[in-house]
Design a protein around this ligand. Structure first.
Ligand SMILES: [Zn+2]
Length: 259
């Protein structure tokens, strides 16, 4: 098991320092533009020396279910360009959401959108090497544009007939508190990454791990026991790291430093 934090590319130096201080060994880095890799490149020696593994969170605007074929093909090229560059840094996985659409389209043509995502994913996974793609559950508050990936059936459709080991699931506890479904029951066996954060069930507040914030010990134990999950990411304000790491230490009987 690897435990780490999320960070924007421009914050990677600080994130490496935090990992070293707290004995963490993973960073999920947000890459929005190819130029962002420059930040990773500048820190690569410190990352390697500290034994830190890297995952990448692709841009929130990435839209695997995009309706316009040319734009979707462009996103596919963008993902593959990142995968190519990430190989020199040993990036383990690329995390993405299923995408978004106009509300009416998401309501009336959900199947078509999810078929787009399926085709996007199968195109990418044919070109992967040792890295994996993870799909994260999302939430939607409604509006002109709404997110997909807000229920287990979305993932069933997007992954239909893709029998690749190269695609897994990323379970986000905070998103599930806002838009709940039986993700662990249906996708637990392919869950590779867990994003840990709590909230009030309405807003994605990125609070720490506690029963009051929606993550009780039973849920945390279930998450830590997922057979194929390797990367646990504290996706929360830094002020919650200490208490959250303590909770995890209690359950895994291993000491990640908390000071
Ligand atoms: Zn997340």
């Amino acid at each position: 098991m690897r435990l780490g934090i999320s960070a924007l590319a421009g914050e990677i130096e600080n994130a490496v320092r935090t990992c070293v201080e707290k004995g963490l060994n993973h960073i999920e880095i947000g890459i929005d533009n190819i130029e962002d890799w420059e930040h990773v490149s500048n820190e690569v020696d410190n990352i390697v020396n500290a034994g830190i593994s890297l995952g990448v969170h692709l841009p929130m605007e990435l839209n695997p279910c995009e309706r316009v074929n040319e734009i979707r093909a462009c996103w596919e090229r963008f993902v593959l360009s990142n995968v190519q560059i990430g190989r020199q840094f040993g990036v383990r996985y690329y995390n993405m959401h299923l995408g978004y659409a106009l509300e009416r389209t998401a309501f009336c043509k959900r199947e078509v959108l999810l078929e787009n995502a399926r085709s996007f994913l199968s195109g990418i996974c044919n070109k992967l090497d040792s890295e994996t793609i993870t799909l994260e559950n999302s939430y939607s508050n409604g509006g002109d544009l709404v997110n997909l990936g807000t229920r287990t059936s979305d993932f069933d459709k997007a992954l239909e007939s893709i029998k690749s080991e190269k695609i897994g699931f990323c379970f986000d506890t905070g998103h599930n508190l806002i838009c709940e479904d039986e993700y662990l029951q249906y996708l637990g066996s392919i869950t590779r990454v867990v994003h840990l954060s709590g909230n009030d069930g309405v807003r994605d507040l990125h609070l720490g791990i506690s029963r009051e914030n929606g993550i009780g010990d039973e849920l945390l134990a279930e998450l830590l026991g997922l057979q194929r999950a390797e990367y646990y990411v504290l996706e929360m304000d830094a002020s919650y790291y200490k208490s959250s790491i303590s909770k995890i230490n209690e359950l895994v009987g291993r000491q990640f430093k908390v000071e």
